[in-house]
Design a protein around this ligand. Sequence first.
Ligand code: SAM
Length: 298
Amino acid sequence: MVAVRRRCLYPPGMAETIDGEPTRGQGIDERIGTGLDFNEATARALERMYQAPEVALQRAIVLHSMALRAGEVVLDVGPGPGFLATNMAAIVGASGVVSGIDQSEPMVALARARCQDQDWVDIQVGEATDLPYQSGIFDAAVSTQVYEYVEDVEVALTELFRVLRPGGRAFIVDTDWSSTVWNNSDPVRMQRVLEAWDQHLVDPHLPATLTPKLKQAGFQVVRRDVHPMFNPEYSPDSYSAGILEGIRTFVLGRNGITQDEADAWASDLRDLGEAGEYFFSVNRYLFQAVKPGLPSQG
Ligand SMILES: C[S@@+](CC[C@H](N)C(=O)[O-])C[C@H]1O[C@@H](n2cnc3c(N)ncnc32)[C@H](O)[C@@H]1O
């Protein structure tokens, strides 16, 4: 029940497949009536997509904002493939601890593999709404692109508050999908597709209401910033190229969208890319909050 120092486990054979391309139709869960399932194929697709330079830049901005110090004890709620966890571990060093809790076993496997040489990283399977840690043990906590998926975000934020020490810092990033700008040839179809895509999240507009939710949990909100995922050109390695394929498969059968329609939507965007007319942007919001009590700079 505490942030422990435990060596990450590395599943045999994972190294060969860790950067593998998702097969067509496998990238994102296609089941109707549920949100995203972070299964093995989704985990790999997301791992690849999150290596895009614009996502790496967002991680660097979050890391800079966190101003971590050697020896600090840090929590990552929903570390996914573990890019931020390994970056944080490099800063806090062996005298610190990075704990991660993620409900997806495939994601936990990827994160553990990524942190395999950092003994002070501990990634466990678990729930954001029921953190398996003692109260008041973390100096800082981060959660990027997670709370928008959580059914009871108020409980999750209360849990986050509980496990931070007085003066502890929280850093939360979420997307508001209504900020999407995506040049296309059929705005009606685009709207139908994006409405269907909203179903992959519990709350696709969480940032707009996150401030009162943080305050309700007891936090003092100290800073808010916006960081776009911005692709003014098409590149197969970009964030939007990855999410494009994820959306194409996820929206099938939702909102009455057929295979032909989903394929035509995706082809249109790629064609615009080839014609030099591509343009994509969506906003992610970074919230910084503090648990009142002792000064955060100890
Ligand atoms: C979009 S990924 C983001 C991963 C990582 N934070 C990043 O930004 O690279 C969302 C992650 O949150 C995890 N997740 C979603 N809901 C969760 C919950 N209720 N409890 C714990 N983890 C959750 C998923 O399994 C997935 O790994």
